[in-house]
Design a protein around this ligand. Structure first.
Ligand code: UD1
Length: 479
């Protein structure tokens, strides 16, 4: 187990590339099982969730390998697929293992899974996944914590989702690819990851239209073949870096960000006074003094993403006034509030509402990341806080952020990874606990990319020049 030691306050500056999207690669890995030949997924992030999903596919008989010199491409060969029972321990580690239901029912006609794990952010039922797959013709039996499903028939159908669930939309969409006839998903989720999944499935030979709108039509086909696809850029990582720039009063460019995917975050950052330049591709954020307070409500895409709510809470903790956050998607997603309070934040939460009274400065403290996005919130709060912040529970961050500390360090942040049993680094001595690649044999070099990405040319004009990497960061303090 490792933790991050952050010496703040830091002012981030420079350019950094965001990685491929966790929430896009995971369903695609599951979808690859439906092909009758190998698939290649480029821009696949090096995350523990991806590694766990790879182990699940291998346990089912498929072959998964990282290929190409920097290891950013996943080679997935579904031909040796032999099993349909997903290992319970692996299933508990990654919620996205639930995505195996649709593809395995489509390809093998049966599947056995258990209730999935993932972030502890409140109740996360899977009734809509089951309802949709049942409508396509699967029978479900639930016993001893296992869900056993079998394909009785597999016919296209009109399905109306009670809630625009991202996962249920994707599961039904995948399952319906190999059904007879046309499936229509109404009140479908509209997240960009669903559009990306449609692109991958269509390149495998599926016939899907409408992803990105609330009605998706899937015309069943008899077979799907291997395909090659480049995974979209992670919009939540982009948003997290944007908020990190704003909270530190820094100036950060993310040349490969897709502005359209983070419009809700751009507009909130502008509201709080940050300067945001956004092209079709590429975003640059500069923090301008203390943020102004604002209210925000999480909503399905294109509303403000729940996955960015904890990071915004960190930012609003330093605002010049009181802000209100309403979380409408998950019922227990203010876990970071208590930890931020240890850093001097003034937050009161009740049910799905949090009231945040901004303070001029947070102060470093020992805090614990209890889930992926609350972890991100604590790290960016630590960057802005005075003194040393030690964030434990970093395995939660490794599930969804590729080489986070390396990217932040490339922007000038004083952040280091140390092992739990290691004494905190003293002044000026780098920590020895740098993260090891999940695929050791192919060290990755592309991700931590301070300054390596080309900015859109207009932003390179003298009046808009990025201030290199001259970020200021407080000298490390011992605690
Ligand atoms: C996905 C994302 C996650 C993000 C979430 C909301 C992936 C791998 N994860 O999660 O990062 O936070 O979307 O944007 O893509 N619900 C039900 N029954 C169901 C399914 C969902 O009631 O069967 C409810 C949930 O409890 C929640 C809401 O629907 O209140 C939305 O959840 P959903 O969109 O399904 O989230 P996930 O797909 O799990």
């Amino acid at each position: 187990m490792s933790k991050f030691v952050i010496d703040g306050p830091c002012e981030l500056s420079g350019a950094v590339l965001a990685s491929g999207a966790k929430n896009a690669v995971l369903p695609m890995m599951a979808a690859s099982l439906m092909a009758d030949s190998p698939c290649l997924l480029h821009n696949a992030p090096d995350l523990t969730d991806v590694l766990t999903m790879a182990k699940i596919l291998e346990q089912l008989g498929a072959k998964v390998q990282r290929v190409d010199p920097d290891g950013s491409t996943l080679y997935l060969d579904p031909r040796p697929l032999s099993g349909h029972v997903v290992d319970e321990m692996l299933m508990r580690q990654v919620r996205s293992s639930i995505f195996l239901m649709g593809p395995l029912l489509g390809r093998m006609g049966r599947v056995q899974v258990s209730y999935p794990g993932g972030c502890d952010i409140g109740q996360r039922p899977i009734d809509l996944h089951i309802k949709g797959l049942r409508a396509l013709g699967a029978s479900f039996l639930e016993e001893h914590g296992h869900i056993i499903a079998e394909r009785r028939k597999w016919e296209g159908i009109d399905i109306h989702l009670d809630i625009p669930s991202v996962g249920a939309t994707e599961n039904v969409m995948m399952g319906a690819c190999l059904a007879n006839g046309v499936t229509v998903i109404r009140n479908a989720a509209k997240e960009p990851e669903i559009v990306d999944l449609q692109g991958f499935l269509n390149s495998m030979g599926a016939r899907i239209r409408g992803a990105g709108t609330d009605v998706i039509k899937i015309e069943g086909v008899r077979r799907l073949s291997g395909a090659e696809h480049t995974i979209m850029v992670d919009r939540i990582e982009v948003g997290t870096l944007m908020v990190a720039a704003a909270i530190t009063g820094g100036d950060v460019a993310i040349p490969n960000a897709v502005a359209e995917h983070v419009q809700a975050v751009i507009s909130k950052l502008r509201e709080v006074g940050a300067e945001v330049k956004a092209g079709g591709q590429g975003i640059r954020v500069a923090g301008r003094g203390r943020p102004k307070p604002t209210d925000l409500k999480t909503l399905p895409y294109p509303g403000f993403p729940t996955d960015m709510q904890p990071q915004m809470m960190a930012l609003l903790s330093t605002a010049e006034g009181t802000s209100v956050i309403t979380e409408t998607i998950f019922d227990s997603r203010f876990k970071q509030a208590e930890e931020l309070s240890r850093m001097g934040a003034r937050i009161r939460s009740e049910g799905r509402t949090a009231i945040i009274k901004g303070v001029p400065m947070l102060s470093g403290a020992m805090v614990e990341a209890t889930d992926l996005r609350s972890g991100a919130s604590l790290v960016i709060a630590g960057l802005a806080a005075e003194g040393r912040t030690v964030v434990g529970g970093i395995h939660n961050l490794d599930r969804g952020y590729e080489r986070f500390e390396e990217k932040l360090a490339s922007l000038g942040a004083g952040v280091r990874r140390v092992q739990d049993d290691e004494p905190p680094p003293s002044d000026g001595i780098p920590a020895s606990g740098t993260r090891r690649s999940l695929w050791e044999e192919r060290p990755r070099e592309r991700a931590a990319s301070g300054g390596e990405g080309a900015l859109p040319s207009a932003w390179l004009s003298p009046s808009a020049s990025l201030p290199g990497h001259s970020s200021s960061c407080a000298p490390p303090t011992s605690t």
